[in-house]
Design a protein around this ligand. Structure first.
Ligand code: IYR
Length: 328
C-alpha cells in the first residue's frame, strides 16, 4: 500500500485533499497527532483513531499523542490530580494496543499549556472568536446543557496545540471537525499556518445501529472487557444481512455496526480474516478484504451469527494485550 493510501484509507474526510497529497509525497519525518481527554482505559472510540496513527507510522510519520489533561479538566471530567493519574495509565494502554513505542511521543497538555507564551496566544485567539462560534465548535464534544466559559476556551486551546506541538497533521474523529475548522480560521490571526486535518468516521452503537458509539452511552467495547464480555456484546449486536439497513420506523438512520467494526477495526490490523464454520455449514471462509466479507453477508453466503463469532475472536485479539497490561 502506498503512503497516500495508508494515510487516507478509512478516513471520513481530509482537509484539504491537496495538503494531504503534499504530505503523502514526502511523509518521512512528518508529524501527526491526536489528543485524548485521559480516561485511563482505552475504548473502541480511541482504538479507531489509534488505528489511523498506526497507518501513519507505517507511512513514515512520527506520532504525538497528547494526553489532554487540561482539556479534560475544562470539560468537567474531575479534579486535576485524578485526571493526571489517569493520563499515566493511558500511555501504557496505547503501547499495548500497538502504537510503535520508538516513534510515539506522549505529551501532557499541562507540560506546555500553562506557559506564558501559550497563555498570551490563547488570549489573542479569544479576542478573535465569538462565543457563538466557540460553542458551535464544541457541539459534539460536550454533553452538558449549559455552556461554561471553560468549554469556550477549550476549542481555542485545541487549535493552539497544533502550532505548539509543531505537528503537520491533526487527526480526530468527525466530532472534532468543527474545532479543526475553527483552527483553520483563527490561527492565521496570530501568524500561524492553517492546519491540515484528517477525520475518522463515527461508528454506530453496537446494540442498535443508531447514532455513534461512545464510552458514555450505549454499548461499547473497552480494554477492560473479558473475552466473555466481548462475545456477549457482539452476540447481542444489531446485524441485519446488509451494509445499508432501513431507518427505524421513526426515521432514525441506522448502520450495520458489526460490518463497521470489521471495516474500521479488524481489516486494518489483520491481513486476512477467517470465519470458522462447521463442515456441515460449508466449512471455514477466508476473506482478504472487507468488501468481500460485506458482499457475502449481503448475498446470504455468510450468516450474521457466523460473522459475529469471527468478530468477537478478532476483537479479543486486538484487546488482549491491553487487558493484560491492565492486569499487571
Ligand atoms: N477534543 C478532544 C481532546 C483533544 C484533542 C486535541 I487534537 C487537542 O489538541 C486537545 C484535546 C476530545 O474530545 O477528546
Amino acid at each position: 500500500m502506498d503512503a497516500h493510501e495508508l494515510i487516507t484509507r478509512n478516513a471520513a474526510e481530509v482537509v484539504t485533499e491537496a495538503e494531504i497529497e503534499a504530505l503523502a509525497d514526502d511523509p518521512e519525518g512528518k508529524r501527526a497527532y491526536v489528543g485524548y481527554e485521559p480516561s485511563g482505559v482505552l475504548h473502541i472510540g480511541h482504538m479507531l483513531t489509534a488505528n489511523k496513527l498506526i497507518d501513519l507510522q507505517e507511512a513514515g510519520f512520527e506520532v504525538t499523542v497528547l494526553l489532554a489533561d487540561v482539556h479534560a479538566y475544562l470539560n468537567d471530567k474531575g479534579s486535576f490530580e485524578e485526571i493526571r493519574h489517569t493520563a499515566e495509565r493511558m500511555r501504557d494502554q496505547f503501547i499495548a494496543y500497538g502504537l510503535d513505542e520508538s516513534n510515539t511521543q506522549f505529551v501532557l497538555g499541562s507540560d506546555f499549556q500553562l506557559d506564558d507564551d501559550y497563555t498570551l496566544d490563547l488570549h489573542a485567539l479569544e479576542l478573535e472568536t465569538t462565543l457563538a462560534r466557540a460553542e458551535r465548535a464544541m457541539a459534539e464534544i460536550t454533553s452538558g446543557d449549559s455552556v461554561k466559559v471553560s468549554q469556550a476556551v477549550y476549542p481555542l486551546m485545541q487549535a493552539l496545540d497544533i502550532p505548539y506541538l509543531g505537528v503537520d497533521l491533526a487527526v480526530g474523529g468527525m466530532e472534532q471537525r468543527k474545532v479543526h475548522m475553527l483552527a483553520r480560521d483563527v490561527l492565521p490571526s496570530i501568524d500561524r499556518e492553517p492546519p491540515t486535518s484528517l477525520h475518522t468516521p463515527l461508528i454506530a452503537d453496537l446494540g442498535t445501529g443508531r447514532g455513534k458509539m461512545s464510552s458514555s452511552e450505549g454499548v461499547t467495547i473497552s480494554m477492560e472487557d473479558s473475552r466473555e464480555d466481548i462475545e456477549s456484546k457482539v452476540n447481542d449486536a444489531y446485524c441485519p444481512p446488509t451494509a445499508d439497513p432501513e431507518p427505524t420506523d421513526d426515521g432514525v438512520e441506522r448502520d450495520n455496526p458489526v460490518l463497521q467494526v470489521f471495516e474500521y477495526h479488524v481489516f486494518p490490523r489483520f491481513d486476512a480474516v477467517t470465519v470458522e464454520r462447521p463442515e456441515e455449514y460449508g466449512g471455514d471462509l477466508e476473506y482478504d478484504t472487507y468488501d468481500d466479507l460485506a458482499a457475502d453477508l449481503e448475498s446470504g453466503e455468510l450468516h450474521p451469527a457466523d460473522a459475529k463469532g469471527a468478530l468477537a475472536e478478532y476483537l479479543d485479539r486486538l484487546i488482549a494485550p491491553g487487558r493484560q497490561q491492565l492486569a499487571e
